[in-house]
Design a protein around this ligand. Structure first.
Ligand SMILES: Cc1cc2nc3c(=O)[nH]c(=O)nc-3n(C[C@H](O)[C@H](O)[C@H](O)COP(=O)(O)O)c2cc1C
Ligand SMILES: C=C(O[C@@H]1CC(C(=O)O)=C[C@@H](OP(=O)(O)O)[C@H]1O)C(=O)O
Length: 358
């Protein structure tokens, strides 16, 4: 399974295609649109999100709403389309204006945000939601929370009044905010991932997709308190006889050991920098004249931490679904579910070990 996303931020449409996705999944379009709405309405977003009305159209790969195994293409309209803009030569610090210009050398900085803009994450969310619906069929659930916004720490997904005020204050001050988000994958079997190629490691794949999201600067899987000793950190095994299950008392590993799931929840903390475009601009340079000047203010979000929860949940779903599909086949969802469920060695000590001598 793989995917490609295209579309310019202010072009007519955003497009994505998912290939190698199994047949037989009944796609609930409303569920995709719910997540597009959550992404659009995240607290702290700017004027562009008031213009858009993100709704997905699936234009290939389904028959009567059910996936057929063919490439699935999705389309989302841009309402904030391009209007004529004056050539821009002053880059915004923190955005991709300058760094992209230094590679592509087209002398108008309006060109680069068309791709650097996080607009394409609307497609990532839509494709990821198809993957999420597939995972739900296997009883795997993915949810996310805001952990922090600027200096405010949150205990769960509820954006407190204090946090909202903090965001409003940043807006009034012409400033922006970053923060961190927690993503949790629940009820996943152990043994998903791989080591045949180093890039099969589930942590490596999660890292790659998460790092593609604009303004993400890092992630940690599991407990980030590395002041703990090995005795304190590692999750000791015990055997729960009544349920015939191997269990752990803690989950500091965050559900992944050696690039495979270990049967505990996958717990990922993702860190995002503050949004680069400030209403009270930073210092910059006019690349056309060499003059020191102020960075331009372009309509912008104040923070995308709440919105990024939705993007990240769905991005993570794509990786987990890909790993499961690679491991258990890519033809039919029911067949994959059967293989996935029977591979779960909850009956690990039913004589299997004794029957296999090497
Ligand atoms: C959902 C979302 C919306 C964003 N909105 C804005 C925005 O309105 N203004 C802005 O300057 N940056 C915004 N960003 C961040 C920039 O796209 C990002 O910082 C820039 O492309 C540079 O990439 P980097 O931060 O990954 O280095 C947004 C990011 C996300 C995930
Ligand atoms: C359009 C989206 O996010 C955009 C991401 C973005 C950026 O610079 O990354 C800049 C803003 O767009 P504009 O420059 O048109 O105001 C955001 O609204 C979206 O998330 O759908």
């Amino acid at each position: 399974m793989d995917f490609v996303i295209s579309g310019d931020s202010h072009g007519p449409v955003m497009i994505g295609t998912l290939t190698g996705f199994p047949a037989g999944l009944k796609i609930n379009i409303e569920k995709i649109n719910e997540d597009l709405k959550r992404r659009q309405e995240g607290y702290g977003r700017g004027k562009r999100m008031k213009i858009e009305n993100d709704k997905v159209e699936i234009v290939s790969g389904i028959w009567k709403g059910i996936t057929t195994g063919a490439p699935i293409s999705v389309l989302i309209e841009n309402k904030g389309k391009n209007t004529e803009k004056e050539v821009r030569s002053i880059p915004r610090p923190g955005h991709g204006d300058y760094s992209s210009y230094m590679k592509y050398k087209l002398p108008d900085l309006n060109i680069y945000p068309e791709r650097n803009s996080a607009r394409w994450t609307v497609v990532l969310t839509a494709l990821g939601n198809i993957a999420k619906q597939f995972l739900n069929l296997l009883n795997i659930e993915i949810e996310g929370y805001v952990e922090s916004i600027g200096k405010i720490k949150l205990k769960n997904d509820i954006l407190t009044e204090e946090a909202k005020e903090y965001i409003d204050n940043a807006k009034t001050n012409g400033d922006t905010l970053g923060g961190s988000v927690k993503i949790i994958v629940k009820n996943i079997n152990p043994g998903i991932g791989g080591y045949s190629s180093i890039f099969e490691r589930l942590d490596s794949q999660l890292g790659q997709i998460i790092m593609t999201i604009p303004s993400v600067k890092g992630l940690i899987i599991g407990n980030n308190d590395f002041s703990l000793s090995g005795r304190e950190y590692h999750d000791e095994f015990y055997y729960e006889k009544e349920k015939n299950k191997i269990k752990r008392k803690s989950n500091n590993a965050g559900g992944i050991e050696a690039g495979f799931t270990n049967g505990e929840n996958i717990e990922i903390t993702v860190f995002l920098k503050p949004i680069p475009t400030l209403a009270k601009p930073l210092n910059s340079i006019n690349l056309a004249t060499g003059e020191n000047t102020k960075s331009p203010y372009i309509r912008s979000d104040v923070t995308v931490i709440p919105a990024s929860v939705v993007i990240l949940e769905n991005a993570v779903a794509l990786v987990i679904a890909k790993s499961i599909i690679n491991q258990f086949g890519n033809d039919n969802v029911e067949e994959i579910a059967r293989r996935y469920n029977s591979a779960n060695l909850s009956n690990w000590n039913d004589g299997f070990w004794q029957d296999h001598t090497w």
